[in-house]
Structure formats: structure tokens, C-alpha cells
Design a protein around this ligand. Structure first.
Ligand code: ARG
Length: 380
């Protein structure tokens, strides 16, 4: 802009003042203009008063607004229009594009809310940090695979199925799925406080689900579908909608056994209190299978890591997950390393701090969560 203004002034003065003598200053206050041209030094050469010189230049320039104040010419730009032009230019020329990624693949695991629970503010950070990392990696020339590793499997589904069978009302669920399912979940925990058999029942139902019991599967599918519809509203508000994959934990249900078998073959599986664990150096043992044969979050993440390595042959795999899962990811990497796979070194947990409510962790179980959708709407 400065160059353009200097050139315009040079032409307006009919080239009588050399360009290098045309000085541009910034007015002390913005309301006086974006640029100021002092015309005092031209008076001697042009044999006119600075005021008149300024008036003459003004006649010949074309800017949104120009004011003559004393011997100064103050120029106002259309900042909005200029900003628009600059941004358009930046996007068009793809400023800052780098290519050191050589189109190698980076897998980014982010967002990953849990089915049948509210999309809470707790998942905001993973979602936006993950998305930012994604944009950066793309800019650096990597091939990015964004994965929404939905929490759609686990003992909580056993609890939910039990609660639904006891107290559920399909009509209410259809009307407000997450709210109703959360209510059922909370009710389950309240009741289980007094009635210990409920937890056993839930374990049984999750076991059934893992064994593909048709009734359990159908309920699970329904809860998942309704939840995804609801999550979508939050993603729409955030403008984040570019996951390459929505394979959640459930997808790995039939992919864990080969990993467990390999652990057995490699003599890494130990029985401890009837459960199967992998003993680790400097870390607590990694629990792989409970005594009733049920698998765990960690077991699913093991199967996931192998699946991703095989499917995407990633250079790096990032897990954008809260710092409270630090131990989980350390164990995950340590188990893979013990199986003698070096790609564990290319798996990185990207931790971030937890969002607290009144200094405490938010818990769906206690019915204490803040919905991300509500917060975003308030912010807007
Ligand atoms: N659903 C999990 C949670 O809300 C996060 C999953 C992160 N990804 C993973 N591969 N473990 O805590």
C-alpha cells in the first residue's frame, strides 16, 4: 500500500519531487487516517504552501477518504475491503505451504466422543486441537487420515442395555435420545449403589453384545445411530466435518483375538487374579482380558494400532486425548514394543489438560456434564 501511495503522490506532483523524498507516516491516532503524508518539505521546490500542495494532491488521488489537515494529507483505506483482498490473496497463493511431509501418512485420532453420552465440553479440546494439527500436517505436505475413534463399545453398553430393559421407553428415547439414555445411565448407577447384582447383569449383557447377541446388537446399533445424529449438530456448529473414518471401538471387536493370540505365542500373557495381563517394566501391568473373557479399552486400542499400521502404513500416529490417559498410552506403546514392533515409537499421545467443573472432573455417571452444543450456542 505504501509503495502504491508513494507512486500515486509522485505522479500527482507531476514527478517534480523524487520518489525517495516522498515520506509516508502513520497518524498518531487511527481516526486521523491510515497514512499521513507531510507536504512541508515540498514547499520550497514547488513554491507553494504545504496546505495548497496537499489540496492539489488530494484532487488527483483516488482513495475511500482523504483529508487535508494543516500541511498533512491523511489517507483513509477501506480496511474491510483490504483485509478481504489480503486474505483472498493468501488463500489463492497458498502462503506457507510446505512440502517436507512428502505425502507420507499421518494418522490423527481425535474428538472421539462416547456414544449414548452427551458430547460434552470435555471433548472440545481433542476436537479442536486435533483439527488444528490436521490442518498443519496437510499444509506441511502430509497425507492425513483423521479418525474419530468413537467410544461405542465397552461395559457401559451392558449397563445401558440393562437399564433400557428395566426402565426404558422407546418413544422418549426417539424424542431426545442422548438426554434419555443419559438418564438411564445415571439411574443405573444410582440403583447399582444399592443393588450389587446389577453390575453383574451389566457385565453379562456386555458379554452377550461381544458375542453378537442379536437383541443386544440391535439396541446398540440404535443407540449409536441416534447418538451420531446428535453429535453431528455439534460438529456442524464447529465446522469440523472432515473425518476420514468413524471406526470406533466396536469396529475392533473381531480384531482383538489375533492380537491376544500373538501375545500368547510370544509368551507375554500372564494370569493374575484370573485375568490376563502383560507385565511391563516401570509401569503397572496392562490388563488385556478380564476373568469373564471381556476385553478392555486397552485391548481395543491394541487391535486398533495394528489395524491402522496395516491399513495406512502410517509414518506417525497421533492420539489427541486428555492427559488423564497418559498411563493408558504408555502401556499401549509398551505392550506393542514388547511384541517387538518398532512402530510403537511413532505413536504419540498428544495430551491436554482436563476441563473441570467447580474444580472437579465432570462425570456422566453423576449426571454432571456441560453439553458442548450449549456452550457453543451461548458463545455465538
Ligand atoms: N472415547 C475416548 C474418551 O472419551 C477417547 C478415545 C481416544 N482414542 C483412542 N484411540 N483411545 O476418553
Amino acid at each position: 500500500m505504501k509503495e502504491k501511495i508513494i507512486n500515486d503522490v509522485y505522479l500527482a506532483l507531476e514527478k517534480q519531487i523524487p520518489e525517495h523524498e516522498i515520506v509516508i507516516e502513520y497518524p498518531k491516532e487511527r481516526k486521523m487516517g491510515d497514512f499521513a503524508i507531510p507536504c512541508f518539505t515540498y514547499a520550497k521546490t514547488l513554491k507553494k504552501s504545504p496546505q495548497i500542495i496537499a489540496e492539489q494532491i488530494k484532487e488527483k488521488l483516488n482513495y475511500p477518504k482523504i483529508e487535508v489537515v494543516g500541511g498533512y494529507l491523511n489517507i483513509f483505506l477501506d480496511r474491510q475491503e483490504l483485509t478481504k483482498q489480503v486474505l483472498e490473496d493468501i488463500f489463492q497463493k497458498d502462503y506457507g505451504k510446505l512440502d517436507f511431509g512428502n505425502q507420507e501418512t499421518i494418522v490423527i485420532d481425535y474428538s472421539a466422543p462416547n456414544i449414548a453420552k452427551p458430547f460434552s465440553v470435555g471433548h472440545l479440546r481433542s476436537t479442536v486441537i486435533g483439527n488444528a494439527l490436521r490442518n498443519i500436517c496437510v499444509k506441511c505436505g502430509y497425507q492425513v487420515v483423521g479418525i474419530n475413534h468413537l467410544g461405542d463399545w465397552g461395559t457401559q453398553f451392558g449397563k445401558l442395555i440393562v437399564a433400557y430393559k428395566k426402565w426404558g421407553d422407546p418413544e422418549k428415547i426417539k424424542q431426545d435420545p442422548i438426554q434419555e439414555l443419559t438418564k438411564l445411565y445415571v439411574l443405573f448407577h444410582e440403583t447399582a449403589e444399592k443393588d450389587k447384582t446389577l453390575d453383574d447383569e451389566a457385565r453379562l449383557y456386555f458379554k452377550k453384545l461381544e458375542e453378537n447377541d442379536p437383541e443386544c446388537l440391535e439396541l446398540w446399533r440404535w443407540f449409536r445411530e441416534e447418538s451420531l445424529k446428535e453429535f453431528q449438530k455439534t460438529y456442524d456448529l464447529l465446522g469440523i466435518n472432515n473425518f476420514e473414518s468413524y471406526h470406533g471401538e466396536a469396529f475392533y471387536n473381531d480384531k482383538m483375538q489375533p492380537v491376544i493370540d500373538e501375545l500368547k505365542e510370544k509368551d507375554l500373557l500372564t494370569t493374575s487374579e484370573e485375568a490376563k495381563v502383560v507385565m511391563l517394566e516401570d509401569l503397572p501391568p496392562a490388563l488385556i482380558q478380564k476373568k469373564d473373557g471381556a476385553t478392555l479399552y486397552l485391548t481395543r486400542d491394541l487391535a486398533t494400532a495394528f489395524y491402522r499400521k496395516k491399513t495406512y502404513d502410517f509414518k506417525e500416529a497421533l492420539y489427541v486425548v486428555g492427559s488423564e490417559q497418559q498411563l493408558h498410552f504408555k502401556q499401549l506403546k509398551a505392550v506393542i514394543k514388547k511384541m517387538t514392533y518398532d512402530f510403537a515409537d511413532n505413536m504419540h499421545h498428544i495430551p491436554f489438560g482436563m476441563i473441570l467443573q467447580d474444580g472437579k472432573k465432570m462425570s456422566t455417571r453423576m449426571g454432571k456434564t456441560v453439553k458442548l452444543h450449549d456452550v457453543l450456542e451461548q458463545a455465538i
